[in-house]
Design a protein around this ligand. Structure first.
Ligand SMILES: [Fe+2]
Ligand SMILES: [Fe+2]
Length: 227
C-alpha cells in the first residue's frame, strides 16, 4: 500500500480510500459517517491519538485481514452504488426495523417496571424507525433517480443536503439511545429476548454507520462539495 498523506485527508475520505480504517475508527470511537467531513488530524487530536499510532494500527489491521478482494466502492458508478445500497442496507433495515420494534415492545412489557429507561428506548426507536422508513423511500424515489438524471442541478444538491441532515438526525437518536442504555448494556436480570433485542440494536447501528458512510463519503460527496 502506498504511503498515506494523512495531513490533508478527512475522516470520510480515508474511510473511502482505505476501508480498513473503519475498524480503527471503531476502536478509537471516531465517528466516520456523520462526522466524516472533519479533518482526520482534528479527530485524532480530540481522542489524544498520535498519527503514528493511528498509522501503526491501520497497517497492522490491513496486514492481518488483507485488502485483496475488498469492494472498492469508489470505482462504482453512482447507479451501481445506489443499487448496491438499496439491495444491501435498505433491504437490511426493511427486514430488521420491524423485528427490533417487536422485540423492544416485548422487552418493555416484561421489564419496563424494573428498567424505566425502556419506555424511552421504545419511543426513540419508534421515531428512528419511522424517520428511516420515509428516508429510504426518499432516497429510492427522489435522490437516486436525481443523481442519475440531473447530477449537477441545484435541486439535486439541495436534496442531497436534506438527506445528509436526516443522517445526522438518525445519528443523534442513536447517540441518545447509547446514553440512556449505558451503551446498550444488558442488565443482569435480563431475559434472552432482552439480550437479542440489544444485540440486534447494536447490529442495526453498525449497519447504519456503514450505510451512511457509503452515502455521505462516497455517493454524495461530489454533489455536496460541488458548491
Ligand atoms: Fe440509504
Ligand atoms: Fe441515507
Amino acid at each position: 500500500m502506498n504511503k498515506i498523506d494523512y495531513q490533508n485527508k478527512s475522516v470520510g475520505e480515508l474511510a473511502a480510500s482505505r476501508p480498513m480504517s473503519i475498524h480503527v475508527y471503531k476502536q478509537l470511537g471516531i465517528d466516520f459517517c456523520c462526522g466524516g467531513g472533519r479533518p482526520l488530524m482534528v479527530a485524532l487530536e480530540e481522542k489524544g491519538v498520535l498519527i503514528e499510532e493511528f498509522d501503526r494500527k491501520l497497517q497492522s489491521i490491513e496486514a492481518e485481514r488483507g485488502t485483496i478482494g475488498q469492494i472498492d466502492f469508489r470505482e462504482m458508478s453512482s447507479g451501481q452504488l445506489s443499487s448496491y445500497i438499496e439491495d444491501t442496507h435498505h433491504a437490511f433495515l426493511r427486514d430488521q426495523l420491524p423485528r427490533e420494534s417487536e422485540l423492544l415492545q416485548m422487552v418493555l412489557n416484561a421489564h419496563g417496571r424494573a428498567h424505566r429507561e425502556l419506555f424511552e428506548v421504545y419511543r426513540l426507536f419508534g421515531q428512528l424507525k419511522t424517520d428511516l422508513e420515509q428516508h429510504l423511500l426518499k432516497e429510492e424515489n427522489l435522490l437516486f433517480p436525481a443523481l442519475q438524471d440531473a447530477p449537477g442541478e441545484e435541486d439535486t444538491r439541495q436534496l442531497a443536503i436534506e438527506i445528509v441532515e436526516e443522517h445526522e438526525a438518525a445519528g443523534e437518536i442513536l447517540a441518545t439511545l447509547h446514553r440512556i442504555t449505558g451503551d446498550f448494556a444488558i442488565p443482569e436480570d435480563a431475559c434472552e429476548t432482552y439480550r437479542i433485542a440489544y444485540d440486534l440494536l447494536n447490529a442495526i447501528e453498525q449497519d447504519i454507520n456503514q450505510h451512511i458512510h457509503l452515502e455521505n463519503n462516497i455517493l454524495l460527496k461530489e454533489t455536496i462539495d460541488d458548491v
